[in-house]
Design a protein around this ligand. Structure first.
Ligand SMILES: Nc1ncnc2c1ncn2[C@@H]1O[C@H](COP(=O)(O)OP(=O)(O)OP(=O)(O)O)[C@@H](O)[C@H]1O
Ligand SMILES: [Mg+2]
Length: 344
């Protein structure tokens, strides 16, 4: 049985597997980060069972870790399972609120102030409610890349995290009691990369070596960086902190399969009877993985690598009417170069 560390405590799964449950569905969408799933799902279940504490958000979860390891994907995958669409969430890109005056865009200016009419607040009750759906009343609220926000934004967040309320410029309040709040950050990511690969560069993914993938080491590194950046009041209002591990090769292979499956669905939906088959040789797969994944960017570049080296060349062949319905397009590689083969 697996055991792992969340927020410094060791937790073991204590429930039997539920093959149709939220966790099982998420496992197909979020690869190689089981701690994230096991940490997040109980908050939803507590809410669904009516056992979530009152006067607070459903949960406040900080997702820490290197680029391209699935932090944002976690929230999108949850939206997909809960609401039927990965876009059904309220996302605040904190990078857009680096200056103090920009934070007013979130709450709107008070009446009578310059710009009151122009600054429609970004965080209104209507927007929070719109993040829920007929399938679930949980609004997923994502504050992405929180370390980039101006300090006044973290002060504003204190009220949301603690009392589940935000007071807008016009004095209206927004209620976050049915919101599950996610904060993401890369804080500590550089040190996590160094701990895993002291000589890290642009190599393809390798299994975690130096730490042996020990999530408690990664967690300590991430937490030290968070404590340096944020006030103790802020850190104390976070219910759970999840540290994302750099993805190993096996996880990247599954993500590549997902990307292929998405592309195949597209071909079948768009082309119908004119559809063709797609295949990839082992050499083709390996070159995609070698060039699309890295310690530095995780799996972030993988989709783009598939697009550039497979999808775009296939699209060119389709445009030139070289791909006949029912034929097979194969991606191969030799001596570090991609090759497209056609079989009629
Ligand atoms: N664990 C994962 N499971 C499935 N797909 C993943 C995973 N990690 C990365 N990906 C793929 O890589 C892309 C980028 O991942 P994501 O946006 O979640 O990265 P992130 O951890 O939020 O990085 P950043 O810190 O740069 O925001 C996703 O859209 C997805 O295609
Ligand atoms: Mg992200």
């Amino acid at each position: 049985m697996r055991s792992y560390t969340v927020s410094g405590r060791t937790r073991r799964p204590i429930l039997p597997e539920d093959p149709d449950g939220l966790a099982a569905q998420l496992k197909h969408l979020l690869i190689g980060q089981p701690e994230a799933i096991d940490t997040v799902v109980p908050y939803i279940q507590m809410h669904q069972a009516g056992l979530a504490p009152e006067g607070r958000p459903i949960g406040v979860v900080l997702l820490l870790g290197p680029t391209g390891t699935g932090k944002t994907r976690t929230v999108e995958a949850l939206a997909e399972v809960l609401h039927g669409s990965s876009k059904n969430l309220l996302k605040v890109d904190c990078g857009e609120f680096q200056m103090e005056h920009e934070v007013a865009k979130l709450i709107g200016a008070p009446p009578g102030y310059l710009g009151h009419r122009e600054t429609q607040p970004m965080l209104t009750q209507a927007k929070v409610n719109a993040a829920a759906s007929d399938k679930s009343d949980v609004s997923l609220v994502l504050f992405d890349e929180i370390e980039k926000a101006a300090p006044s934004m973290t002060r504003l967040l204190l009220g949301i995290l603690d009392k589940a309320t935000l007071r807008l410029g016009d004095n209206a309040t927004v209620n976050f009691e049915r919101s599950l709040i996610f904060l993401t950050s890369n804080l500590g990511a550089k040190s996590i990369q160094r701990a895993n690969r002291p000589d890290f560069g642009f190599e393809a993914m390798v299994p975690l070596e130096a730490t042996g993938g020990d999530s408690s080491v990664l967690h300590r590194i991430g937490m030290a960086a968070v404590r340096r950046k944020f006030s103790p009041e802020f850190v104390n209002r976070i219910d759970s902190i999840i540290t994302y591990k750099p993805l190993d090769r096996q996880a990247c292979e599954i993500i590549l399969d997902q990307i292929f499956a998405g592309f195949l669905r597209l071909v079948h939906n768009r082309l119908g009877l004119r559809a063709f088959r797609l295949q990839c040789t082992v050499a083709g797969r390996n070159l995609l993985l070698d060039s699309g994944t890295s310690i530095e960017f995780g799996a972030r570049e993988l989709k783009r690598t598939v697009q550039r080296n497979f999808i775009q060349p296939v699209a060119a062949l389709v445009a030139q009417k070289q791909v006949l319905p029912g034929s097979t397009v194969i991606l191969d590689a030799k001596d570090g170069e991609f090759n497209i083969l056609l079989r009629h």
